[in-house]
Design a protein around this ligand. Structure first.
Ligand SMILES: [Zn+2]
Length: 148
């Protein structure tokens, strides 16, 4: 859509009252007038329709298909990690009031690796799992209930 003031092609325009006339303006130009449309983020669902994500999107405890994960990470280590290992690392680090840099130094790793670990974007090698458990005093491995 084209902004009627600056002519910029934007995804969304807002009906904006400026000096007695109503124009369709981009967000930049809308600041100069009174926006008549509520911004999308402020739209409130009327009628008490509480919106919840479908249950299928909420991780269920124990519902994770571990076998699938193993396929994805098959070349990244043998240890089976707890599903929330990234969060465990971060929680333990923060409880010690270590910055990601502090933990990285203790592990002799890069800060970016620590951040990737904590966000779950990097699956630690077995050696790294042991180092993390040692330095943070936590367990990252899944509970040994399935140790067949
Ligand atoms: Zn504009």
């Amino acid at each position: 859509m084209l902004c009627e003031m600056c002519g910029k092609d934007v995804e969304r325009t807002s009906r904006t009252r400026i000096e007695g006339s109503v124009l369709l303006l981009c967000t930049d130009c809308a600041r100069f007038g009174v926006v008549l449309d509520p911004p999308p983020a402020a739209v409130i669902v009327a009628g008490g329709g509480l919106r919840r994500p479908p249950a299928s999107l909420v991780p269920q405890r124990g519902a994770t298909r571990r076998s699938d994960e193993r396929d994805v990470f098959s070349d990244m280590g043998e240890l089976e990690l707890a599903p929330d290992w990234g969060r465990r690392i971060r929680t333990a680090r923060e409880s010690r009031q270590w910055t990601p840099d502090d933990l990285a130094k203790r592990l002799n790793e890069k800060r970016s690796l620590v951040l990737k670990l904590e966000s779950g974007n990097f699956h630690p090698t077995d050696a790294l799992v042991r180092k993390l458990e040692h330095h943070l005093g936590i367990r990252l491995r899944a509970d040994p209930e399935r140790s067949s």
